[in-house]
Design a binder for this molecule. Structure first.
Ligand code: FEO
Length: 395
């Protein structure tokens, strides 16, 4: 795609990656992604805000060429991760006068990760400004969204906040701005769940920090730009601040049908009690969908058979992920079966250390579930209901 104009002398010059299906060799990208870079031309100086993933550097260079950018004074590095900073070496080679602008921590990371000489980078303080002539960039330190060195750049005269990863979405589109809010909401929630959720508390501080800014646009470095910033600010407000909802997330796996039978019965029991359930068969599930479900859930119930005296390895992966993502969960439990013994429950419990959850009595049966096991599942469903009612959790 060609450069796109946001405002007078402000352009999107990034790259849309329609075909990418995996990020960090871990995160599924069902809708591709984009690496957004922005050119700001002031009356005296020109700045590029962020670059692109290295395989797409030629697209960025071509976009700058189409805008006839002969000289770059500054490259603002809001974040050192390579999908935004990776094309910096090529940019600096082509524009040898350009100086990189970053937080002190980002400066250090850029020298470590990309071997950029220290004398090519100036470190800026929180709220420091840089004049481009008739345009002013203000740098707002925003640590831990989602690395320690991250910052936002605010273009004062045009009231655009460039937030790099925060508020982003892995969503490839030809639209420059959000046009279909429902679709972008889904992509932005997936992004929040996978990337930002572990830093929820610090994001609260960062949201406080920008709440008094006048905003015409929020321009992240993945996905469409928000020309109605309140849409994404309200969504983040819900994900970050709201209490969890009357939802049970139930990731499970079953090898010979015993755990599956328990899951089927238990899901029915929860639904009967008015609780929303999101069930994921870990043999088939998109792990991003599981992460999204965890954004709002109050309770996780893990279903596992016993394999090699412990939980199934795919359950281990999902529990590890849930623990690392640190969602707002309040309660957890375990259901499943075993053939002759094992330490499945103890091992899963040991993996939930990051989650400040109350553990409800697990239901683990020998072999295929029988009548008394179904009654135990009923009791667990009652307990989940009581806990959700005690906390007045809403749907
Ligand atoms: Fe899109 Fe943290 O990089």
């Amino acid at each position: 795609m060609k450069p796109r104009k946001l405002k007078a002398n402000v352009y999107w010059v990034g790259a849309v990656d329609w075909d990418r299906r995996l990020f960090d060799e871990l995160i599924p990208l069902p809708d591709g992604t984009s690496y957004n870079a922005y050119l700001v031309r002031g009356s005296e100086k020109t700045a590029l805000i962020d670059t692109v993933d290295p395989p797409m550097a030629s697209i960025l260079m071509d976009n700058l060429n189409q805008l006839d950018v002969k000289n770059l004074d500054y490259v603002i590095a809001n974040h050192a991760e390579q999908d935004h900073s990776g094309a910096l070496p090529q940019i600096l080679k082509f524009y040898p006068n350009a100086i990189v602008v970053a937080t002190p921590k980002c400066k250090s990371l850029l020298t470590d990760l990309l071997l950029i000489p220290e004398n090519k980078i100036i470190a800026v303080k929180d709220r420091e400004t840089l004049s481009l002539g008739n345009k002013t960039l203000e740098f707002i330190h925003a640590p831990w969204v989602h690395w320690p060195e991250t910052m936002f750049t605010y273009l004062r005269e045009e009231r655009i906040l460039f937030t790099c990863d925060l508020f982003g979405s892995h969503f490839a589109a030809s639209d420059l701005y959000v046009t279909d809010e429902a679709t972008v909401y889904e992509a932005a929630k997936r992004y929040y769940a996978e990337i930002m959720m572990p830093f929820r508390t610090v994001i609260q501080k960062n949201l406080e920090n920008i709440k008094n800014l006048q905003l015409d646009m929020i321009a992240p470095s993945h996905g469409p730009i928000y020309d109605k910033p309140e849409f994404i600010l309200e969504a983040y407000g819900d994900w970050v601040y709201s209490p969890p909802k009357n939802i049970v997330v139930l990731p499970y796996i079953s090898m010979h049908g015993s755990t599956k039978k328990m899951v089927e019965y238990f899901v029915g029991a929860l639904v009967e009690r008015g609780i929303i359930v999101k069930q994921f068969n870990l043999a088939k599930t998109d792990i991003g969908k599981l992460a999204m479900a965890l954004v709002d859930a109050a309770t996780i119930v893990i279903g596992s058979p016993t394999v090699l005296v412990g939980p199934h390895p795919k359950v281990v992966y999902a529990v590890y992920l849930a623990n690392a993502l640190r969602p707002k969960l309040k309660f957890a439990s375990i259901i499943g079966s075993y053939g002759w013994g094992g330490r499945m429950v103890e091992q899963i419990k040991g993996m939930l250390a990051n989650l400040k959850v109350e553990l409800l009595d697990p239901v683990v049966v020998k072999g295929f579930p029988e009548e008394e096991d179904f009654r135990a599942l009923d009791r667990l469903a009652d307990e989940v209901l009581n806990k959700h009612n005690e906390h007045n959790l809403k749907d």
